[in-house]
Design a protein around this ligand. Structure first.
Ligand code: TRP
Length: 336
């Protein structure tokens, strides 16, 4: 039986952090066992907000793909590519824009939220409003069945489903209606206890050296009630360290960790050192792989070239079906 297809993308944000690893990449890696996976860099999507001053999109794309490879996205099983190098995304975006009613885009909660929150950029553009139409094109171009995303992206997948239904209704059953695959991980706090995010400066990166990880962990916030060594603490109130224990420390050790905190048997430093043992063991192989790929950019390039070739074959096939269904692309021969 043919394996079902999974597709997901990330905007090029450069080096990835532990929040990205546990929020998305761990799942991406797992899906490779079961599905035919397509993973891509959504660099056009980055331009919808960064158009006035694009950061180093090429460099950030490279660093991000290096991180994907380092955590175990396997280019022999998954197709890895870059949106802007496959112009079929743009063609399909245009065609889907013909059938997408404006009110569907205007009532999109993500759109409304970002319009309200992002005040330092002018987002009153055609491209930004059409963000989910481009995302729909990304998804259906490969006839994906499942789209792994975080909750923030659910409205976009829902819109994709509506656009697909409308398309299939007008032109015939060309595309499967995709389903979101939600990542169930709670948001990982950064070292200051707020959500881990590049923009908060509280992130631990996959590419951080062992020393940097150690320094960040040792200065991370814990339970504010533990002002002194002998004050008892509560793991559930621990800002940054206990959440990391839950990810890195084997489950059978957690009761001991909790007891040592609640009974003030350990100081936070001992607790952090214990965590570091487990964390470094998990992160070291990733760092090593990262180092290998970064010193062999030609390997990364080859992965991307192969991915583009495979993705292009699928994209071209889909576009032939789409043009045909919409009555486009045939040379008018005239006569009767
Ligand atoms: N909008 C997604 C995000 O910001 C990125 C993205 C673009 C995407 N196209 C996609 C995700 C298609 C899944 C499928 O995270």
């Amino acid at each position: 039986m043919e394996r079902k297809r999974v597709l997901s993308g990330m905007r090029p944000s450069g080096r990835l952090h532990l929040g990205n690893l546990h929020g998305a990449l761990d799942n991406w890696v797992r899906f490779q066992e079961e599905f035919d996976c397509f993973y891509f860099v959504a660099d056009w999507h980055a331009l919808t907000t960064e158009y006035a001053a694009p950061h180093d999109i090429g460099g950030d794309t490279f660093e991000m793909i290096v991180d994907w490879l380092a955590v175990g996205i396997d280019p022999t099983r998954s197709t890895i590519f870059i949106q802007s190098l496959i112009p079929e995304h743009a063609e399909l975006h245009l065609l889907l824009s013909m059938i997408t009613p404006l009110p569907w885009l205007e009532r999109n909660p993500t759109y409304k939220e970002q319009m309200a929150e992002i005040t330092d950029k002018d987002l009153t553009t055609y491209g930004f409003l059409g963000y989910p139409v481009l995302q729909a094109a990304d998804i259906v171009l490969y006839k994906a069945h499942y789209v792994p995303v975080g909750v923030d992206q659910l409205p976009h997948v829902e819109l994709t489903r509506e656009i697909v239904r409308r398309f299939n209704h007008f032109y015939g059953e060309i595309f499967p209606v995709p389903e979101a695959k939600l990542t169930e991980v709670p948001k990982l706090p950064g070292v200051d206890g707020r959500k881990m995010s590049k923009s908060y400066g509280n992130a631990i990166y996959l590419g951080d050296s062992a020393e940097t990880v150690e320094e960040k962990v040792l200065t991370a916030k814990t339970d504010p009630a533990r002002a002194r060594r002998h004050d008892p603490g509560e793991p559930l109130n621990c800002a940054a360290i206990y959440p990391l224990h839950r990810l890195y420390t084997p489950a059978e050790e957690l009761p001991m960790i909790e007891a040592n905190c609640r009974g003030a048997k350990w100081g936070c430093v001992e607790c952090k050192r214990h965590l570091l043992g487990h964390m470094q063991a998990r992160l070291e192989p990733i760092r090593e792989q990262r180092g290998l790929y970064r010193s062999h950019p030609e390997k990364v390039r080859k992965v991307i070239e192969d991915g583009i070739e495979r993705a292009t074959a699928v994209a071209r096939q889909s576009m032939e079906e789409v043009r045909d269904a919409m009555g486009l692309g045939a040379l008018p021969l005239g006569g009767d």
